[in-house]
Design a protein around this ligand. Structure first.
Ligand code: ADP
Length: 174
């Protein structure tokens, strides 16, 4: 039985991630989509929100599980008994950082293998950053994320612009 994890920040999950997880599920007996809790990035969704959005994306796929984690990815692999870390590769620049990370992880945990899956060509340009940027400017991301993620993005940016307006009014008043 080969268990794999597919780690990332998923802020938010998009069709590029979903494609990689579904393809990994064809190769391994179980895939855990591992949502990293506090990456060194500005996040718009909390760990709990990101986990909930990922869970809903894989409803009806019993071999795909979703878990949050913190700390080293290879330590998480050992905790859950996973032998493989799956990553997705989009453009050539992804290769360089993944290559370095794979070597570092292999130094820390020689028993864990890294498996890179090449993106589906229609998702080459897709990243969570692109999705967030387009959604924050009111653009249409319906071809990039599932409907429940689109709704969550709309709600979050509406909330953020309300807060900004309130702060702006407060600063005018004070
Ligand atoms: P990171 O892991 O760098 O925080 P993400 O959480 O967005 O970035 O991505 C998790 C994993 O999904 C990474 O392996 C990343 O390369 C992969 N990935 C992201 N976008 C795509 C895409 N469009 N196609 C294939 N793989 C992707």
């Amino acid at each position: 039985m080969v268990k794999a994890i597919f780690p990332g920040s998923f802020d938010p999950i998009h069709y590029g991630h979903i494609d990689i997880a579904l393809r990994a599920a064809q190769l391994f007996n179980e895939v855990i989509v591992a949502v990293y809790d506090r990456p060194l990035k500005n996040l718009i969704f909390s760990p709990e929100e990101r986990i909930a959005l990922v869970e809903k994306s894989f409803e009806g796929h019993p071999s795909i599980k979703v878990m949050g984690y913190s700390g080293l990815t290879v330590d998480f692999c050992h905790r859950v008994g996973a032998q493989v870390v799956v990553r997705g590769l989009r453009v050539f620049s992804d290769f360089e950082s993944e290559f370095r990370m794979a070597l570092a992880n292999h130094r820390l945990a020689p028993d864990v293998e890294m498996v890179m899956l090449i993106t589906n060509e229609e998702h080459t340009f897709l990243s969570s950053t692109t999705v967030r940027e387009i959604a924050s400017l009111g653009g249409d991301v319906t071809t990039m994320v599932p409907p429940h993620v689109n709704e969550a993005l709309k709600a979050r940016f509406a909330q953020m612009s309300e807060t900004q307006q309130m702060n702006h009014m407060k600063s005018l008043r004070d």
